[in-house]
Design a protein around this ligand. Structure first.
Ligand code: NDP
Length: 296
């Protein structure tokens, strides 16, 4: 049996459509336009693509997009000053500082300088603590997108065994918190995990956030499990021509889809949901800032 393909691209269009409706209603009823500021330091090619896409989709949803592209040599002091300026700007409801930052800048210091209410990436320690204690917070976009797809597919996640491979602060840990919040029994695996194959095979829900191309083969997937592949890895694709590349996930899609009950593709799975959730978080931040009811 071949797995159902979870179409993150189509789902993200639905989410963005709802955000656009919410933005239009805010403008019409209250004369407020949500604004998202994205700060990019340096010239990392992948980051430039992400920032361009974020800016484009922000405008398409009817929000204001403020892009700040800074030189790679920008000092930490100058970056912190920009963050302060954005914190104080009433037209800016969400602030995202694109990671990674150059080595001479302390990323934690910059993230924790963002006003928590505008921290639409959900990386500020206050938001991390709120999420960990089950309180209302800004939820990191990639894990939030994964959770939305899982809820959509399963309805209730209660009692399911979830395995998250990867323990980063931006994906693995918040993903595990969200699954726990939905009453899964959660295991977090990482590079020191013993018998990773066996751990993965115990999962009703398997989330891969490792950054290693196709490292999880189909025979690590429990028959019928739901597989969420967060990985975005570029590998050579000689079949497309010399020097060409293609994107693959952390899961070996071809073998995993023969065992899984449902699986997200790469590209077209988690990636588009991440930006949609960023826009949804910005709308939420704008509603909270203005004391208005939050979108569902
Ligand atoms: P990190 O490099 O920060 O974390 C990787 C995690 O994988 C670590 O916890 C590491 O364990 C674990 N790991 C590494 N090797 C192994 C192994 N052999 N076996 C088991 N675990 C291992 O990556 P991120 O969390 O930032 O990103 C993960 C992937 O997700 C990347 O491909 C990234 O591009 C992608 N990504 C996709 C997004 C999207 O929108 N779709 C958004 C963000 C990320 P340890 O802690 O022990 O070192």
């Amino acid at each position: 049996m071949t797995a159902e393909i979870i179409d993150g691209k189509a789902f993200s269009e639905t989410v963005r459509g709802k955000v656009a409706e919410g933005v239009a209603a805010l403008k019409e009823t209250h004369g407020i336009t949500p604004g998202l500021a994205v700060v990019l330091v340096g010239e990392d090619p992948a980051s430039q693509v992400y920032v361009r896409n974020k800016g484009k989709q922000t405008v398409e949803c009817g929000m204001q997009s403020f892009e700040h592209k800074l030189d790679a040599a920008t000092s930490e002091v100058d970056l912190l000053a920009l963050v302060e300026q954005l914190n104080a700007d009433p037209a800016v409801h969400g602030i995202l500082v694109q990671l990674p930052l150059p080595d001479h800048i302390d990323a934690d210091k910059v993230i924790n300088a963002i006003a928590p209410a505008k921290d639409v990436d959900g990386f500020h320690i206050l938001n991390v603590g709120l999420l960990g204690t089950g309180q209302k917070s800004m939820v990191p976009c990639t894990p939030l997108g994964c959770l939305m797809m899982l809820r959509d597919h399963h309805g209730s996640l209660s009692g399911l065994n979830a395995v998250v491979v990867g323990r980063s602060n931006i994906v693995g840990k918040p993903m595990a918190q969200l699954l726990l919040g939905d009453s899964c029994t959660v295991t977090i695996a990482h590079s020191r995990t013993k018998d990773l194959a066996g751990v993965c095979r115990s999962a009703d829900i398997l989330v891969a956030a490792v950054g290693r191309p196709q490292m999880i083969p189909g025979d690590w997937v429990k028959p019928g499990a739901t597989v969420i592949d967060v990985g975005i890895n570029r590998i050579p694709a000689p079949e497309k021509g010399e020097g060409k590349t293609r994107l693959v996930g952390d899961v070996d899609f071809e073998t995993a889809k023969e065992t899984a009950g449902a699986i997200t593709p790469v590209p077209g799975g988690v990636g588009p949901m991440t930006i949609a959730c960023l826009l949804a978080n910005t709308l939420t931040a704008c509603c909270r800032a203005n004391g208005l009811p939050e979108p569902e």
